[in-house]
Design a protein around this ligand. Structure first.
Ligand SMILES: Nc1ncnc2c1ncn2[C@@H]1O[C@H](COP(=O)(O)OP(=O)(O)OP(=O)(O)O)[C@@H](O)[C@H]1O
Ligand SMILES: [Mg+2]
Length: 506
């Protein structure tokens, strides 16, 4: 029989392979849907520098014939809003988005929110509602479905309303199949960890039982927003070079390098062109295919490019990290460490690490690990993650720490390109450069924890010693009074106080 060939659209591809975007089963799907929409809302608020106010409600709508439930999910935010002409594609077209830029954002693929809506559509056959305003005179409402085969939105209804209150933000509402009760622990954990990483956000979640979970902000200070950056020469490939050559208006190689690449100034551009044996004045548009391949190879092997700077990144910072941990985990002790910017394959990244001890941190048989990437909590596939591997490669006895102590370790990686292993954003690949930074960060906070623990142990020993003094000294005084044949025992309070003082000073 003859083979038949056909082409499928990106929406069709993700429809057939929804596992790779995290929509594996009704439990996982409801978790992923909530997460993707919350991340979009957080991005939208941070983008305009406003502390996020996010409201999420999940209500039960009915049962399916195969034992799972149908829920309605509604998310409201006070973010940027979406210009009306982009609303249908933003939610009705896979691989369409505003975040394909070189700066740190939670969203990267143009997939997450749309996949949640696509999953809702294929499991309930109902449309999605999107209401949004950028704060102008009007509010726009769309009722949408996705034409999966063509990867295009279908607009069922569009309405425009007057924006009398000057509201700005986005509301998304749609139905989906799910299993909330199985997903509940992960969903609540997701909100809690999001609150740790975003201490400047208000998060409200109303679950299908009508329970209200509120995570209030403790600060309105937000980390400085990331700046958009240009590609770094070490991360370049032939395809990207060709695209840059196509769009450039530079007439010679010297200007081309200076204009389109990150951290190439006149001096380095000249040195590089000499190294690559390319004429300074050559018109980039006249490069042959072989010359472009040669240029890409030379860029990777030239040793003197400056490392990328980190202005395109937006780590949380030690102070906010501490505030978030204190607010949600309520430990007795916290040590935080932000590593210097580093790079892998031309992508800048920063690792932040914290360790929290005691207080309300529970004791388990292993350390509790909180993983974050661009401020997104990662809750699945822990054992495959680079941080997990690093933690288990450390000899903790050196720090006088054992895994059964009440210890939580937090690792945050931010980068313009997180080395995720899947588009579901679950775990991070072990890149040696990333691994090294995590290891050094953990060592640093582990040393601080060790110092704290030994101080605490010392103070404890002193306290016990003083207790013994306090217990026996009166008896000794009484006894020696009798031995000496005196009536009145000496006043020992002064002596006790001075021992106490000595103990505290040493
Ligand atoms: N709440 C929102 N407020 C403003 N814009 C939004 C909101 N939700 C989605 N968008 C817009 O819709 C686009 C598509 O969202 P979607 O979640 O599908 O992809 P993404 O966030 O770009 O990438 P990722 O797949 O990594 O989530 C976004 O890039 C953004 O421009
Ligand atoms: Mg998204």
């Amino acid at each position: 029989m003859a083979q038949t060939f056909e082409e499928i659209s990106p929406a069709d591809f993700f429809y057939r392979n929804r596992d790779i975007a995290g929509f594996t089963n009704p439990t996982r799907a409801i978790f992923t849907a909530i997460r993707e929409l919350v991340e979009n809302s957080l991005d939208a608020a941070e983008q305009i520098g406003v502390p996020p106010d996010i409201y999420v409600r999940l209500t039960l709508e009915g049962k399916t014939t195969h034992g799972t439930e149908i829920y309605k999910l509604r998310i409201e935010d006070n973010g940027s809003g979406i210009p009306p002409r982009y609303i249908p594609a933003a939610f009705g077209q896979v691989l369409f988005g505003s975040k394909y830029k070189l700066k740190q954002m939670r969203g990267t693929f143009g997939l997450g929110g749309t996949m949640a809506i696509l999953y809702g559509q294929i499991t309930t056959h109902r449309p999605a509602y999107v209401v949004s305003s950028t704060g102008g005179a009007r509010i726009f409402m769309y009722r949408l479905m996705i034409d999966i085969q063509r990867n295009r939105p279908i607009i069922l209804e569009k309405r425009t309303m007057l924006n009398k209150t000057g509201w700005r933000g986005t509301i998304v509402e749609f139905s989906l199949e799910g299993d909330y009760f199985r997903a509940m622990p992960k969903i609540l954990e997701y909100f809690k960890q999001t609150a740790v990483m975003n201490p400047y956000a208000n998060l409200t979640f109303v679950d299908p039982r009508g329970r209200l979970y509120i995570f209030r902000r403790v600060t309105t200070r937000m980390p400085p927003p990331p700046k958009e950056t240009k590609p770094h020469p070490y991360g370049i490939d032939v395809e990207l070079l060709q695209r840059l050559i196509q769009i450039t208006d530079c007439k010679n190689m010297l200007d081309f390098l200076k204009k389109h690449f990150h951290r190439i100034g006149d001096n380095i551009a000249r040195k590089f062109l000499e190294f690559a044996e390319i004429d300074f004045l050559k018109d980039p548009k006249k490069l042959t295919h072989d010359e472009i391949v040669h240029l890409a190879r030379a860029m990777k092997s030239f040793p003197d490019f400056l490392p990328p700077d980190a202005s395109c990144l937006s780590p949380l910072g030690e102070e906010l990290l501490r505030a978030g941990i204190l607010k949600e985990l309520k430990p007795e002790f916290i040590a935080v460490c932000q590593r210097k910017p580093s790079t892998y394959a031309g992508h800048p990244f920063i690792v932040e690490v914290a360790v929290a001890y005691g207080g309300e941190i529970p004791r388990k048989n292993d350390f509790i690990l909180y993983r974050f990437a661009n401020r997104i909590p990662l809750l699945y596939d822990e054992a495959s993650d680079v941080s997990f591997k690093v933690i288990h490669s450390i000899n903790w006895r050196r720090y006088r720490v054992t895994p059964d102590m009440p210890i939580a370790i937090l690792v945050h990686i931010c980068s313009t390109k997180i080395p995720y292993k899947t588009v579901g954003k679950e775990f991070i690949a072990d890149r040696p450069e990333v691994k090294k930074e995590i290891l050094n960060g953990i060592r640093e906070v582990a040393r601080q924890l060790q110092r704290y623990l030994s101080k605490r142990e010392y103070a404890e020993r002193q306290r016990r010693r003083l207790n013994i003094f306090a217990k026996y000294l009166p008896k000794i005084a009484e006894f020696s009074t009798k031995l000496a044949g005196m009536e009145q025992p000496p006043d020992i309070n002064g002596l006790l106080r001075s021992v106490e003082k000595l103990g505290l000073e040493s």
